[in-house]
Design a protein around this ligand. Structure first.
Ligand code: ATP
Ligand code: MG
Length: 332
């Protein structure tokens, strides 16, 4: 499959110089056409920062301090998103990527009805579409995200948080993007609804052919619905593998811990089973592998050198990578 977005050695800082918090560190990740990639990791691991960084929506004092994000359009030459001018960037955001960020439901305009907002968004994207065609598209998208047509006439405050979030998802899809980035779009929804939306998205992906980057704490959702999963810890991707392989045989002890901490179907999220402690402070990272202080399998090299992410020698031929001294990487 062809790549859609290639993230290479991406680094993102908040602030400058000694004050800088290095929130994303040397991230390499490729999203292929039509692929659903899941990104998981505890709070503060840098998932949102990565998503903001690749779409250049970082809030100040966030800056991309290194790397490239190569986008391969359906036709034409690939280009680096990080090098686009502001006007090119605006076009890129509308035409190529749609983003539903954490708390996106609060970005609906309170003074306009849902139909007006959806039709405006569609019009900005496809000015030639007739009004009735835009209305049809808006209705179809709402139906896809499970909202009754009559809700088009509602104002945002008349909808629940979960419904507003689903409107945002419908609006994102209405623009027929190549890549949909969802940053925990479903936290406001119950578990049943989360599964339903991600399931619908995967189905639509097959029909419409877009790719998805889905960010969540809930690894069980990703195992079920994504093609590949990347796990972040302390700003780095520590493991990346096809979902089934990650589930069957997690190589990084952190991935293993996350997998064993599936949130219960009902009730509070469970603690990370067998992994005591909390995520590292980005201002004072542990030496070597950032996970070593919490790792049940740490041994001699772990606090000395940072393991690089790569295809491990003990899994040659597998389409997966890991950054862990238990699975050393020698080639490339
Ligand atoms: P969550 O699961 O809670 O959404 P996350 O994985 O998305 O977490 P980020 O929000 O990307 O994590 O944050 C990564 C790190 O960057 C955190 O340590 C956070 O404190 C820091 N950070 C985020 N935003 C800022 C900011 N505006 N200024 C300074 N530091 C920030
Ligand atoms: Mg986040």
């Amino acid at each position: 499959t062809r790549p859609l977005l290639e993230i290479k050695n991406l680094n993102v800082d908040y602030g400058l110089g000694d004050e800088a918090v290095h929130a994303v560190r040397d991230v390499n990740l490729t999203i292929h056409r039509g692929e659903v990639v899941g990104l998981a990791g505890e709070s503060g691991s840098g998932k949102s920062t990565l998503a903001y960084g690749i779409t250049r929506l970082l809030p100040p004092p966030g800056v991309v301090s290194g790397g490239s994000v190569t986008y391969h359009p359906p036709s034409g030459d690939p280009y680096d998103v990080l090098a686009l001018s502001h006007s090119e960037l605006r076009k890129f955001r509308w035409a190529e990527t749609s983003i539903v960020f954490q708390g996106a439901m609060n970005s609906l305009n309170p003074v306009h009805k849902i139909d007006v907002q959806m039709m405006d968004a569609i019009k900005a994207h496809e000015p030639k579409l007739s009004k009735s065609a835009r209305l049809d598209r808006a209705k179809e998208m709402l139906r896809l995200v499970g909202i009754a047509e009559d809700r088009l006439e509602a104002y945002p405050h008349q909808l629940s948080g979960g419904m507003r979030q689903r409107v945002m998802i419908g609006m994102a899809l209405a623009l027929e993007p190549q890549l949909v980035i969802m940053d925990e779009p479903t936290t406001a929804l119950d578990v049943v609804m989360q599964r339903q939306i991600l399931g619908q998205l995967v189905e639509l992906r097959e029909r419409l052919g877009f790719s998805v980057l889905f960010i969540t704490h809930d690894l069980s959702l990703l195992v079920e619905f994504s093609d590949r999963i990347a796990i972040m810890y302390g700003g780095r991707i520590v493991e990346e593998a096809p979902s089934a392989e990650l589930y069957r045989d997690p190589l990084h002890p952190y991935s293993n811990g996350l997998l064993r901490s599936f949130p219960a179907l009902r009730g509070a999220r469970r603690e990370l089973a067998g992994i005591p402690g909390s995520p590292p402070d980005l201002r004072g990272m542990p030496s070597g592998c950032a996970f070593h202080p919490r790792c049940p399998k740490r041994f001699e090299p772990c606090d000395k050198e940072i393991p690089v992410l790569g295809k491990p020698d003990d899994h040659v031929g597998a389409a997966r990578s890991v950054a862990c001294w238990l699975h050393p990487v020698t080639a490339g």
